[in-house]
Design a protein around this ligand. Structure first.
Ligand SMILES: C[S@@+](CC[C@H](N)C(=O)[O-])C[C@H]1O[C@@H](n2cnc3c(N)ncnc32)[C@H](O)[C@@H]1O
Length: 273
């Protein structure tokens, strides 16, 4: 191989294939994958290439484009689902301090909920203050682009060590411990699992809600979206929120130069103006 054909150890063909992968990721998830992530993304896709016994990444891209590989399999491979219970705990304290005595007819949306720790943390935090949460007319919606992760979130099963951030009272109120083959795992109690409406939704698509959303958690999701997609998404959020409603974003995200529809009221916490 000539040195001129190589770039950081990849051949020219590899680079063309990766550009195609980047375009497909952008098209189906809005995520912009930098060249620096090439090793990481390539390794994930190659696992699937081997599973399907394909000749390489180009053939895999063909299958996505001609519909013989479901797009959901592809998006599952390339999204980052890292999350944990009570991530960015200050948000839950702010949430509780801003809510009124009644949650009747209020709606909270966890947008980009991954495997469910975020919406379950919201429910767990609220249940302490509002014991009648599950039947007071309050609604919780949790969505993610990744179908597989939504199926996992609905199950609400986690290794025991994942619930370390929960107090003993929260553990006994909200979790059951697995026995036998489920030893070492916990499951979120059924009434809480059933209460949350889990759905797949691409945030880059149309956001159709027949109600305004009082509280939106959209944390650590838009970090890899391009500027234009962020502007469109936060404009859509502003449309579905009323003055005074809350929006929580991730610790490394900001609304500067994205929207003026919100005012910052705390650490990565915004209120609709
Ligand atoms: C890093 S996780 C964040 C989970 C949780 N919000 C938190 O902060 O712990 C990012 C999630 O965003 C989802 N995601 C990425 N692009 C998306 C899109 N276009 N629409 C909806 N969800 C998306 C991913 O599937 C992933 O589960």
């Amino acid at each position: 191989m000539q040195a001129s054909e190589q770039c950081h150890g990849y051949t020219a063909t590899n680079t063309v294939d990766f550009k195609r992968v980047q375009r497909l990721i952008r098209k189906h998830t809005s995520i912009v994958i930098s060249d620096a992530k090439q090793d990481f993304v390539r390794a994930r896709i190659m696992r699937r290439v081997r599973e399907l016994e394909l000749t390489g990444i180009a053939e895999y891209c063909d299958k996505i484009e001609n519909g013989t590989e479901p797009v959901s399999n592809f998006t599952s491979l390339v999204t980052t689902n890292h999350t944990h219970f009570f991530r960015e705990r200050h948000h839950f304290d702010i949430l509780l301090s801003h809510l009124s005595d009644s949650l009747k007819d209020k709606i909270v949306w966890s947008a980009g909920c991954s495997s469910g720790e975020e919406p379950y943390s919201i429910a767990i935090a609220l249940l302490e203050k509002y014991p009648d949460l599950l039947d007071c007319g309050f609604r919780m919606i949790a969505t993610d682009l990744d179908e597989k992760i939504i199926e996992q979130a609905k199950k609400g099963i986690y290794p025991l060590e994942r619930i370390e951030p929960l107090s003993n009272a929260q553990r006994s109120q909200c979790c059951v411990r697995g026995v036998g083959s489920q030893q070492g795992q916990i499951r979120i109690k059924k009434p809480i699992r059933d209460f949350i409406e889990f759905k797949t939704l691409n945030l880059d698509g149309e956001l159709v809600f027949n109600h305004k959303i009082d509280i939106i958690f959209c944390r650590n999701v838009v970090i890899y979206f391009d500027h234009e997609t962020k502007v469109k998404l936060f404009a859509n959020f502003a449309d579905i929120q009323n003055k005074g409603d809350l929006l929580f974003i991730g610790h490394s995200e900001s609304l500067n130069n994205i929207t003026t529809a919100y005012e910052c009221i705390g650490n990565t916490t915004y209120r609709r103006k």
